[in-house]
Design a binder for this molecule. Structure first.
Ligand SMILES: [Cu+2]
Length: 306
């Protein structure tokens, strides 16, 4: 159940082929036309959300069918024509106990996976096998009217703003989806737990990326925390999800997940020249291109084959 169901099938397949054939980021996770259900999961938490959602769907469907069957039985067997003399029964202890206890058991049954998901959203050890806190990195997102600022405290406090590309700035509509593409993406390494600190600079915003399974409020004066781990390379898009003013709809979030080697090269190059660091990522040859940079070159990690 990793793929969102789309239709018509042909349309979806064509869309997928267009995305797949595009150079640059391996895949882009964003809403697609005619899509239903959740976006494909790219993090352990989102996978848990998918299974919880699918499990609940089964429970709800069974309950709906059961109630529908009861209604049909009542309409057929106990209508005025077939049942002219109504029963005067007002109590049935067994039935009353059953219809009280059964829903309680169902709710408790739902609460168990629900709480385990809730706890996992705050504790990577519950979702990542052999989780080692030493390997995690921290990134801070600050929401402002109307853009995001990303800070990398583990990487010499690298900090930059991320603003939506305007229609005039978009050069490739497939690689730069309208209203989602930004000038500076939040770059993260795949397979690594990222501790996300989220705060608001002015009003309440909400830091959300559906395919990575997080949505957390960015509140002024209060540091909220969550975590995620991206499983495969690609660009993952989200939007501010708290009404925050005039340009609320125009402060998207773009998470660019790359291999740890590319991330190291990007973060080293970004300290000197952010644009150059992104350009090197774009070429898919960050470790080879970046050393040619005039200054930062000497400090870069050795070239790795990707
Ligand atoms: Cu906002």
């Amino acid at each position: 159940m990793k793929q969102a169901i789309s239709w018509p099938g042909a349309l979806a397949a064509t869309g997928g082929a267009i995305l797949a054939s595009t150079a640059g980021p391996a895949s882009a996770e964003q809403p697609q036309p005619w899509e239903i259900t959740l976006q494909p999961a790219a993090s352990p938490i989102m996978e848990m959300i998918h299974s919880f959602n699918n499990g609940l769907l089964i429970v709800v469907t069974l309950i709906v069918l059961f109630v529908l069957a009861l209604l049909i039985v009542v309409m057929v067997r106990f209508n005025a024509r077939r049942n002219p003399v109504p029963s005067k029964t007002s109590h049935n202890t067994l039935v009353e106990v059953v219809w009280t206890v059964l829903p309680i058991l169902i709710l408790v049954g739902i609460a168990v996976p629900s709480f385990s998901l809730l706890l996992a959203q705050h504790d990577p050890a519950r979702a990542v096998p052999n989780y080692d806190p030493e390997t995690a990195i921290t990134i801070k997102a600050t929401g402002s009217q109307w853009f995001w600022t990303y800070t990398y405290p583990d990487h010499n406090d690298l900090e930059f703003d991320s603003l939506m590309l305007t229609d005039a700035e978009i050069t490739d509509p497939v690689k730069e989806p309208r209203l989602l593409a930004v000038n500076n993406q939040m770059v993260v390494p795949i397979g690594t737990v990222v501790h996300m600190q989220v705060i608001g600079a002015d009003v309440i915003h909400s830091f959300t990326v559906p395919s990575l399974g997080f949505k957390i409020d960015a509140i002024p004066g209060r540091l909220n925390e969550t975590w995620f781990l991206v499983e495969r390379e690609g660009v993952y898009y989200g939007q501010c999800s708290e009404l925050c003013g005039r340009d609320h709809a125009f402060m998207p979030i773009a998470v660019w997940a790359v291999s740890p080697e590319k991330f190291d090269a990007w973060v080293a190059a970004a300290a000197d020249d952010l644009d150059l660091a992104y350009a090197a990522l774009e070429d898919g040859a960050a470790p080879e291109v970046a050393p040619q940079a005039p200054e930062g070159g000497a400090e870069l990690a050795p070239a790795a084959n990707n």
